[in-house]
Design a protein around this ligand. Structure first.
Ligand SMILES: Nc1ncnc2c1ncn2[C@@H]1O[C@H](COP(=O)(O)OP(=O)(O)OP(=O)(O)O)[C@@H](O)[C@H]1O
Length: 240
């Protein structure tokens, strides 16, 4: 079987004196979307931040395309082709949309073809190209934060709650943009609380509880089994 784009083996992470991740195992196969699910506070964000090197794993392996990146500095992880969209969006409010995009292209200038693709996915970014990012609406800021991760060719996207707090119309724009990224062959690890979006985008699911992954399988299997959802996540999200 082909080496997955991402594999975590027994990853443990402490934050200060708190033991947050207690042995996370998961995989993102090439060209597939793995949804990282679970109740609030189970360690989903910490898992993404550990992969990106914002928190350091104290044990276990983080294999990106077969290479252990657990000790690689964060900027080098980005240059290797990992795009990260943090939950707080990580944009610079005082800079313009254009400047935010320029800073996001870590390997060189933003290619015009790539910029045009981003404008096609998120038209408001073209309209507000010269405006300070702080003046954008919540949905437009989220578009910018995903666009920043798309500023150059990525082999893996780590995206934390891209539809959180957004109006339904913007949720569909976001889901469509992520679907297009997927259609281009991107591999993704996606934290998403909106189960309808998770179900539409996910190939696989990994459900966390208490700092570890307690279930992995096909997203469709989880989506079609209300009892399993109830057992794993404490509520039935059938029909959500
Ligand atoms: N900077 C921090 N200092 C101390 N504890 C933290 C810190 N960041 C996260 N935690 C704790 O780590 C645990 C996991 O948090 P994490 O944000 O990874 O969960 P999550 O599954 O992403 O939840 P949510 O859906 O609420 O974002 C929580 O108990 C949280 O309180």
């Amino acid at each position: 079987m082909a080496e997955p784009m991402l594999r975590l083996d027994g990853v443990q992470t402490d934050i200060g004196r708190y033991h947050i991740l207690s042995g996370v195992d998961l995989e993102v196969p090439r060209g597939e979307v793995t949804m990282l699910l679970g109740r609030n506070g189970v360690g989903k964000t910490t898992t993404l931040r550990t992969i990106m090197g914002h928190w350091r794993a104290k044990a276990g392996r983080v294999l990106f395309d077969g290479q252990d990146i657990a000790k690689v500095p964060t900027p080098a992880i980005a240059r290797m082709g990992v795009g990260f969209v943090p939950e707080d969006m990580g944009i610079f409010s005082d800079l313009t949309v254009e400047e935010n995009m320029t800073l996001a292209a870590v390997s060189g200038p933003l290619a015009p073809a790539r910029r045009d693709r981003i404008f096609a996915a998120f038209p408001p970014l073209a309209a507000f190209w010269r405006a300070p990012a702080g003046t954008l609406s919540g949905g437009q800021k989220q578009m910018l934060s995903i666009a920043r991760a798309m500023a150059e060719e990525r082999r893996l996207y780590l995206i934390d709650e891209p539809t959180k707090g957004l109006a339904p119309a913007i949720v569909s724009t976001m889901a469509q943009a992520l679907r297009e990224l997927k259609a281009e062959g991107a591999s993704m690890l996606l934290v998403e609380q909106n189960f309808a979006v998770a179900r539409a985008l996910g190939d696989r699911a990994a459900v966390m509880e208490g700092g570890r992954v307690i279930w992995t399988g096909a997203m469709a299997e989880l989506a079609n089994d209300a009892a399993l959802q109830e057992r794993l996540m404490g509520l039935s999200v059938e029909g959500a």
